[in-house]
Design a protein around this ligand. Structure first.
Ligand code: 5GP
Length: 188
């Protein structure tokens, strides 16, 4: 089963995904490739494969991605075929953290094997506040992230489930309930 978490930037989706991976250590995380700059708190090959634009474009040419998107105008993000294929071959569940378009591509490709979970922030205002407070963005990239919020929120009805992230603990519990409908410990 492929559990795909999506949400506008700043919704707390990555925190929820990390918590889920802690609670289901048998699950694998799909480590995406990206051409954006690494943040100080991130680790290469763990959070993302950080590669430059040229390398990314070579991988596109070689057909190495299941899906990829150019997000916020100039940064590539993509799911590597090798990651997903290996996981499916080994029979493990996989967790994805990706944008809304990427999630819908996964559904198109893997159909019922995939489950799309939208992490909904309490409000647009809270989301913008969170984005500002985490201080990872420049004025310009912050503007781009804010501009994309409405586009991503508009796709909510295309998701299988919505998890409200008003409170992290409750959101993780909601996500676990959904996962447990599709997953039993006998699986990996
Ligand atoms: P961030 O720069 O905040 O890490 O990520 C920006 C957006 O790209 C987030 O919505 C994140 O979930 C998404 N993203 C991360 N990896 C992938 C991927 O492999 N494919 C797609 N389509 N989006 C991704």
């Amino acid at each position: 089963m492929l559990f795909v978490f999506s949400a506008p930037s700043g919704s707390g989706k990555t925190t929820i995904v990390k918590e889920i991976l802690k609670q289901y250590p048998e699950f694998r995380f799909s480590i995406s490739a990206t051409s954006r700059q690494k943040r100080d708190i991130e680790t290469d090959r763990k959070d993302y494969f950080f590669i430059n634009k040229d390398e990314f474009e070579k991988k596109i040419e070689n057909g190495e991605f299941v899906e990829y998107e150019l997000i916020y105008d100039n940064n590539y993000y993509g799911t590597l075929k090798s990651q997903v294929d290996e996981c499916i071959k080994d029979g493990h569940c996989m967790v994805f953290d990706m944008d809304v378009k990427g999630a819908l591509s996964i559904k198109r490709i893997y159909g019922e094997k995939s489950l799309l979970i939208f992490v909904k922030p309490p409000s647009r205002e809270v989301l913008i506040e969170r984005l500002k407070n985490r201080k990872t963005e420049t004025e310009e990239t912050l503007k781009k992230r804010i501009a994309r919020i409405d586009f991503e929120m508009a796709k909510i009805s295309e998701f299988d489930y919505v998890v409200n992230n008003d409170n992290l603990q409750t959101a993780v519990e909601e996500a676990k309930k959904i996962i447990n409908k599709y997953y039993t410990k006998e699986q990996k």
